[in-house]
Write a protein that binds this ligand. Structure first.
Ligand code: HBI
Ligand code: FE
Length: 285
């Protein structure tokens, strides 16, 4: 999201880019879109998603129907892990995004996609942001990882380092897979909020599935407008948090800024490959 820093503060937004969610203004049709998407994913995900996500999903089962009221949601999340959900108009500048995460505030778009966009949407709406991201924020370890990412972003300083960090976010928070005792499971918000990618990421022979490697991920380009060609698999949330907390990022940036980038579909000799993708899907596009 390289254009996140050329954005201008929208009218009516506070200096931290937050806006009132205005829950009462949602129409019955908008709530119905949420309900349709929620039911679809709630049916599809058991057996495919990390158990921690399913545990967190209960946090979204609120007293009112439809799109969650962020105040009520934040009350619950605050009790679980000290996180809050705040509304923003859309994409916010990187520095604003990092500051919110560092303070344990997750920024969520408050608008919802139209009924004819159920399966594909470029900009993150409330279903992606809340259904996709919030359940894992109820998990103490993942909650700490997200805050650590925000603090890491505050310290990054400069486009080069932020681009490297954005890849880490992309291949974990948005499109990560995890090895559970029962097998490979989904946890990335971009996957779990998408019906088609929830199937593709786990079952399709096309994409590579490669074990998590921080340096490798930070060199890997990604696609923002189609299914991923490679998914990276973590061993556990504890391991993900440990690896990032125990890494000194400053020398890593020095080493990696300007290093050769890795194509989204590449498999390297040193990769710990779980599945070597056929890339049949991407070649058919
Ligand atoms: N803004 N609303 C919103 N949501 C994001 O996920 C987001 C953002 N701004 C910047 C950003 N993500 C990323 O580019 C950072 O992780 C670098
Ligand atoms: Fe997201």
């Amino acid at each position: 999201m390289a254009d996140a820093d050329t954005l201008v503060l929208p009218e009516g937004a506070a200096s931290d880019w937050t806006i009132p969610q205005n829950w009462n203004a949602y129409t019955p049709e908008e709530h119905a879109v949420w309900d349709t998407l929620f039911e679809r994913q709630a049916k599809l995900l058991p057996g495919r998603v990390a158990p921690e996500f399913l545990e967190g999903l209960d946090i979204l089962r609120l007293s009112k129907p439809g799109i969650p009221d962020f105040e009520e949601l934040s009350d619950r999340l605050m009790k679980a892990t000290g996180w809050q959900v705040v509304a923003v108009p859309g994409l916010v500048p990187d520095a604003v995004f990092f500051d919110h995460l560092a303070e344990r505030r997750f920024v969520a778009g408050s608008f919802i996609r139209k009924p004819d966009q159920l399966d594909y949407l470029q900009e993150p709406d409330v279903f992606h942001d809340v259904f996709g991201h919030v359940p894992l924020l109820a998990n103490p370890v993942f909650a700490d990882y997200m805050q650590a990412y925000g603090i890491g972003g505050q310290r990054a300083g400069g486009r080069g380092a932020i681009d490297l960090l954005a890849r880490l976010y992309w291949y974990t928070v948005e499109f990560g897979l995890i090895q559970s005792a029962e097998g490979l499971r989904l946890y990335g918000a971009g996957i779990v909020s998408s019906r088609s990618e929830s199937i593709f990421a786990l079952d399709d022979p096309s994409p590579n599935r490669i074990r998590f490697d921080l340096k490798r991920i930070m060199r890997t380009q990604y696609k923002i407008d189609d299914f991923q060609q490679t998914y990276f698999v973590i061993d556990s949330f504890d391991d993900l948090l440990d690896r990032t907390l125990n890494t000194d990022f400053a020398p890593l940036y020095d080493e990696l800024i300007g290093a050769e980038e890795i194509a989204p579909d590449a498999v390297l000799p040193d990769d710990r490959v779980i599945h070597r993708g056929t890339q049949a899907y991407s070649r058919s596009r």
